[in-house]
Ligand binder design. Structure first.
Ligand SMILES: Nc1ncnc2c1ncn2[C@@H]1O[C@H](COP(=O)(O)OP(=O)(O)OP(=O)(O)O)[C@@H](O)[C@H]1O
Ligand SMILES: [Mg+2]
Length: 339
């Protein structure tokens, strides 16, 4: 046992197979005490499987997991005590009030009766739900439920909070509230956070470090800035066009010395050291070839671009976009918190 470790989680050569299918293929990863770590990947990447092994809910096929120096295989009950968890599915009891939900959880986690009131008050304050303490959880918006679950997970004062896609399906307002809550928990309560997300901009904004996981493999690891730098990306150039024209646009990119990726509605490439010159050259070539386009733009590289470069496909092309659109529409229509 290594209690003095600077790592709250140590994952070594973790493999998880379901029959012949490898859901997690040899992941080695340390999570440092005090950080907000984001495990980023598309649907089916292996995020929940990894989280469930860390929680002791699934046995690993091989490899090991240590939580705060405690071996999950040898001492699962002790290891689990160190972790607060917010699962991918909502688990608040709709027929109970916020207070009753917290009370139930407190009893299940053997929080002493003498401390229960204090810890319920702490959870209500933290989640900003004190004003709703006697309202039935079933009447809460998606964001309020998530906040209640997050606060609940901290009632037994764990050092580590694991959240599996805490903001999927939430609108922008609610997502921002969850981000603020997580930042506060991390800073003020000194809790290390490991979260999964499909949203690149979320990982970019919230996390100190990011691991990108795809098909059960860790394909990149570092701070958001490191990841962007590592793959040597300057400003990105993107040209949107009708689907039928994308191949022609990509050919022009290549002629201009760029390395294009074709997405569903646009062509994207890192601009290199003289991106502005490249854009001008590109526009002239497109006009000369009489290829009609919808727009040309440049942006600073995002984690999305990193993912694109590493995997050859956009996370947003595969997943998440429907959720995001729904959320954006809901926000525009003023349906703030409702699911
Ligand atoms: N119990 C199971 N039996 C068989 N296959 C499984 C099982 N659980 C997960 N898988 C498969 O393992 C892969 C990884 O699944 P996992 O749930 O870990 O992905 P994820 O990254 O959490 O995706 P999502 O973003 O959709 O939640 C998927 O292909 C999934 O179908
Ligand atoms: Mg999942």
């Amino acid at each position: 046992m290594n209690m003095a470790s600077a790592n709250i989680i140590e994952i070594k050569n973790l493999v998880k197979k379901f029959g012949d299918f490898t859901a997690v293929g040899d992941i080695t990863l340390d999570i440092k005490k005090g950080e907000i770590f984001g495990l980023l990947g598309p649907n089916g990447a292996g995020k929940s499987t990894t989280i469930n092994i860390l929680l002791g809910l699934l046995p690993a096929t091989s490899g090991s997991v240590f939580v705060n120096g405690i071996d999950m295989k040898k001492n699962p009950d002790k290891a689990k005590q160190e972790i607060g968890v917010v699962t991918q599915e909502t688990v608040v009891e709709p027929e109970l009030t916020a207070t009753q939900n917290l009370m139930l959880f407190g009893r299940l986690h053997h929080i002493p009766v003498s401390e229960l009131q204090k810890s319920i008050k702490f959870a209500l304050d933290l989640s900003g739900l004190t004003g709703f303490k006697d309202a039935f959880a079933g009447t809460f918006s998606g964001g309020m439920k998530r906040r209640l679950e997050t606060a609940k997970a901290l009632m037994h004062a764990p050092q580590l909070l694991l959240l599996d896609e805490p903001t999927t399906g939430l609108d922008i307002q609610n997502r921002t509230q969850i981000w603020n809550l997580l930042r506060e928990i991390n800073k003020k309560q000194n809790v290390t956070i490991l979260m999964t997300t499909q949203y690149l901009e979320e990982a970019d904004q919230l996390c100190n470090r990011i691991g990108i996981i795809d098909h059960g493999k860790l394909i990149a690891l570092g701070t958001p800035a490191e990841l962007k730098r590592k793959i040597g990306m300057s400003s990105m150039i993107e040209v949107a066009a009708e689907k039928d024209n994308l191949a022609k646009v990509a050919a022009v990119f290549k002629k201009a010395g760029l390395d294009p990726q074709v997405l569903t509605n646009k062509v994207v490439a890192p601009g290199g050291s003289n991106a502005v010159d490249k854009v001008q050259k590109l526009m002239r070539a497109l006009a000369a070839a009489k290829i009609s386009i919808q727009s040309v733009s440049m942006h600073e590289p995002t984690i999305d671009d990193v993912f694109l470069k590493l995997t050859g496909s956009s996370v947003r092309d595969q997943t998440g976009s429907a959720d995001m659109e729904k959320a954006a529409t809901a926000a525009l229509m003023g349906r703030g918190g409702s699911r």
